[in-house]
Design a protein around this ligand. Structure first.
Ligand code: SF4
Ligand code: FES
Length: 248
């Protein structure tokens, strides 16, 4: 395959960025998009040019580190997939692939396709401590919560913090991410005492970080690689209203 990569190049958040086109040959259909970028970077370095900066770690759809806006979609052409799971067979030979960083005020650009998502870390940090009754040893066969609730907590815990929900949202809202974190913890018996204050603090921090408000377009749900549903946001809003009402 021969592909033209049209890539956003930007040295840092203070400088202006621009698109630059790089033709690349010898791509196979089984290569991942990130492997094709590795190949491009090898060529650039050989020519004495600066390699394209992009984020990645596990390359297995687990860590949430990768994140590129590919041809106008967060994480590329398929629903519910991470950037590292995108393969070159998803694109036509001789086509142009446009690569941009995840754009949001709360995700300042570090370099090229790399953005700073530490705003997510600060939202999580607002979770604070939990109270847990250490008491005596629990009865071995006791079940603190039912399977349905345990499954729900696990589903919410699946959020890998990739930021695709923010990048794809026209309001750059982090509601899907924040709701996943809140609902995961609130479904568990540990820290139940702090459930409402935790909800309040995380939502307030989300707003403080400059993320937009959710207008329920559902775009986030389509791109989320972990299938966090839109109903998760409705639950967060309900708990937030309760927290405000009870002044937690
Ligand atoms: S909710 Fe989904 S899209 Fe948003 S950060 Fe978590 S895993 Fe990524
Ligand atoms: S590199 Fe880990 S999820 Fe993509």
């Amino acid at each position: 395959m021969k592909i033209n990569f049209k890539i956003w190049r930007q040295n840092n958040s203070k400088m202006k960025g621009h698109f630059k086109v790089y033709p690349l040959e010898n791509i196979t259909a089984d290569m991942s998009l990130l492997e094709a970028l590795d190949l491009l970077n090898e060529e650039l370095v050989e020519k004495g040019e600066t390699a394209v900066a992009f984020d990645h770690d596990c390359r297995e759809g687990i860590c949430g580190q990768c994140g590129i806006f590919i041809n106008g979609r967060a994480h590329g052409p398929h629903d519910n997939q991470t950037t590292c799971q995108v393969h070159m067979r998803s694109f036509e030979d001789q086509s142009t692939i446009v690569l941009e960083p995840f754009r949001a005020n709360a995700f300042p650009i570090v370099k090229d396709l790399v953005v700073n998502r530490s705003s997510f870390d600060r939202i999580i940090q607002k979770g604070g401590f939990i109270s847990a009754n250490t008491g005596g040893a629990p009865e071995a066969n006791s079940i603190p919560i039912g399977k349905e609730r345990a499954d729900y907590a696990m589903d919410m815990a699946a959020c890998i913090g990739c930021g695709a929900c923010v990048a794809t949202c026209k309001n750059a809202s982090a509601a899907l991410f924040t709701s996943a974190k809140i609902n995961h913890l609130n479904a568990l018996p540990q820290g139940n005492e702090e459930a409402l204050s935790r909800t309040y603090n995380l939502v307030e921090q989300m707003q403080e970080e400059g993320f937009g408000h959710c207008s329920f377009t559902g775009a986030c749900e389509v791109e989320c690689p972990e299938h966090i549903p839109l109903t998760s946001i409705a639950k967060m809003n309900f708990d937030y209203m309760k927290a405000v009402a009870f002044k937690k």
